[in-house]
Design a protein around this ligand. Structure first.
Ligand code: UD1
Ligand code: CA
Length: 339
């Protein structure tokens, strides 16, 4: 076990996601072909934690059924009726053995572009400094809605203040809390036991652990990420669309770096799970979904929609063609040219 392997990652996914105005739980909404929760769990799993815990409550059965499909290694932990991110983590901790120690990483099920290298850097800083709490932050143009990072004159992180509880001066702070943390497990347990619900929402705020650690004379620090997209949260459908577009443009940029031709990136949509060989080319409007694989040099015509299919090297798919597992691609020579 590497010295930086966390005892657990706890992914918070119990919230209602009221601002989505949807019958589907927020964390099951999808971008890039994966649920928000699947994105979060995939990044977490990259840390190789001893335990991967997902806290559930709202639409619990739907979320657990989804987890069984995409992350059978994850342990669901039920949050009780007490609301708030602090309570969510307390319920997640109940899924760990009592003698567990070391670091616990906490992430949110609604921060889909967060990646494993960023989490690893957070855990490394946490260990190097011996912090009680190390949190991920970013400086953004519009901090509205996020918790603000309050620092002492010497730069020490002393508290997180939520938008709705913040003073006018605190609202002007542009460094935001990403909702992603590395905690010393022993400190986290004692802090959560001491936290109250004295805030505008009457919830147990996980963010209050920061002020608690600071008041106890324990060290706290922030890892400020330069790429704000990595920590962008999804609370409503407008943010879901923006995050989906950003993820897509990153997928296409990576494909183009590896030699894939993309005529019009703004109208081409490719899931994270798709593989595309070098010198393949995508005409405008192409949608590539699921486990689709495009062989080297294949040419995909405009507005073709391909889901879970293999396109052989050098094949030509006609404009507007639609193929999926039920409608497979015809053999080469007999009409790969489609519709
Ligand atoms: C939270 C942070 C805020 C931060 C932001 C980053 C707190 C109090 N605030 O605010 O400082 O800037 O995230 O995106 O933590 N959840 C549960 N159980 C609950 C409540 C929430 O599991 O009782 C889960 C949600 O499903 C979600 C995550 O925790 O995945 C964050 O909850 P959310 O209500 O979106 O918090 P924010 O208001 O965004
Ligand atoms: Ca959120």
């Amino acid at each position: 076990m590497a010295p930086t392997t966390p005892a657990a990652v706890i992914v918070m996914a119990a919230g209602k996601g009221t601002r989505m105005r949807s019958a589907t739980p927020k964390v099951l909404h999808r971008i890039g072909g994966r649920s928000l929760l699947d994105h979060a769990v995939t990044a977490a799993r990259g840390l190789d934690p001893e335990r991967l815990v997902v806290v559930v409550r709202h639409e619990r059965d739907a979320v657990v059924a989804h987890l069984e499909q995409v992350a059978p290694d994850a342990i669901p932990a039920d949050q009780d009726e007490i609301p708030g991110t602090g309570r969510a983590v307390a319920c997640g901790l109940a899924a760990l053995p009592e003698d567990a120690g070391g670091a616990v990483v906490v992430t949110s099920g609604d921060v889909p572009l967060l990646d494993t290298p960023t989490l690893s850097a957070l855990v490394a800083q946490h260990h190097e400094r011996g912090d009680a709490v190390t949190l991920l932050t970013a400086v953004v143009d519009d901090p509205h809605g996020y918790g603000r990072v309050v620092r002492e004159p010497d730069g020490t992180v002393s508290a997180i203040v939520e938008q709705r509880d913040a003073t006018e001066a605190q609202r002007a702070i542009t460094e935001i809390n990403a909702g992603v943390y590395a905690f010393d497990l022993a400190h986290l347990r004692s802090a959560l036991a001491a936290l109250g619900t004295d805030n505008d929402q009457g919830e147990v705020y996980l963010t209050d652990v920061v002020a608690h650690a600071h008041a106890a004379g324990r060290s706290t620090s922030a890892l400020v990420v330069a790429d704000h997209w990595l920590v962008e949260g999804c609370n409503d459908r407008a943010q879901l669309a923006v995050l989906g577009a950003e993820l897509n443009s990153r997928i296409l940029a990576r494909a183009m770096e590896s030699g894939v031709g993309v005529v019009d990136p703004s109208s081409t949509w490719v899931d994270v799970t798709v593989e595309i060989g070098p010198d393949a080319s995508l005409e405008p409007g192409v949608l590539l979904r699921g486990a689709t694989r495009i062989g080297p040099g294949a040419r995909i015509g405009a507005y073709a929609i391909l889901a879970d299919v293999d396109i052989p090297a050098g094949a030509v798919v006609a404009p507007f063609a639609q193929y999926d597992a039920e409608t497979p691609v015809p053999a080469q020579g007999s009409g790969t040219t489609g519709a």
